[in-house]
Ligand binder design. Sequence first.
Ligand code: S3P
Length: 433
Amino acid sequence: MPIAAQERLIRPARNVYGSLRLPGDKSISHRYAMLAAFAEGTSRFTNFSTGADCASTLACMEALGAKVNKTNDNSVEISGVAGRVIPAKHPLDCGNSGSTMRMISGLLAPQQGSFTLVGDASLSRRPMERIRKPLETMGARLTLTEGHAPLTIHGNPLHPIDYTTPVPSAQVKTCVLLAGLQTAGTTTVREAVRTRDHSELALRAFGATLTRTLDSVSIPGPQCLYAISAAVPGDISSAAFFLCAAALFPGSGLVFDSLGLNPTRATLLDVLTALGAHIAVLNLEEKNAELVGTVQVSAPPQGLGSAEVSGALAAQLIDELPVLAAIAPYTSGGIRIRGARELRVKESDRIALIVKNLRTMGAEVAEFEDGLDVPGGQTLHGATIDSGGDHRIAMAFSVAALRAEGETLIQGAESAAISFPEFFNLLDLVAER
Ligand code: S3P
């Protein structure tokens, strides 16, 4: 059977073994790119994300006046606009990246000029009211298209607010903080669940002052940012696919070097440990306030047990839930996921696609509005997977395919490049057949 360029055939593996150093974290790379482009001076980053999403952020910041110089060893040099962007001549293309669109909106709302932000078909379906609400409360003027992109920001000076996010979202939190950075007075964001805090850590690294409590962050404004040099930690959400793959094969062993271990991102390690996987964290270091370390993972001889993910855990694991659900049939007791309604408004309706693809592989699964139940002790069969053009669905089912009976064809496999272009090559490297 001929295989199209957008498809990947995944053969079952006998084991997963090796050591990996992963490209830079996507969330951190977005923030470093935006802040460096806004700051005064020239910032330098090594191990910058290789994903298309962060390339979208770099291109938008370049269109807004920053100078970006990429080298082929994944280093990036960015000279910033020192607090004043130039209105772009063309709409800013955020591609597939919700982080780019939502966070840049906060940066641009207090600037002078009009800015139009567009995205691909998937991004144009995603909810943008969640940023309009707080920004308009600050006095910003935004025009959306039926709650979605394309969106236009008519920049003007803002006033500070005290805002509680209705759904946990680091993108919305960051959007408000970036507007607050440029606004006279103190802007506060409160959240019921502490979402990833890379913006708070990065803002401080670039010289900003902010104060935090357990459930809030306050930023006085206006403040200036100053260039930094940093190595971006390896992306733990990319590692998630390999951590889960290794957890499936007794006798497996993977080592990840220089992996980002920010506690707001590392919840998967706790869940895998609860499932019975053996995980060791070594050489923990702090770099620009981000924790980085070496992680070793191996599978338990008796196989994985069971897990329940709900509430705060679901919000903190949101990007890792697709792969966790995809390996759930191979556990003994199954995995139950609730409180994850946000999965329905990611790059695809991830709950619907996980359910559809698990069923295509022959699994039993129950779908709920905010999650799913996947019983354990099931055998999956190789099948044709519809990734829906969603990078995390394509990669999650490539991992499930490693223990399936027969070969699996991943359609829309090229979408992996949104966050992790090296995924399939590295999978070939560590999957023993
Ligand atoms: C991200 C936050 C999360 C996550 C996304 C990246 C970020 O989205 O799903 O992949 O870098 O802030 P929400 O903030 O919408 O939950």
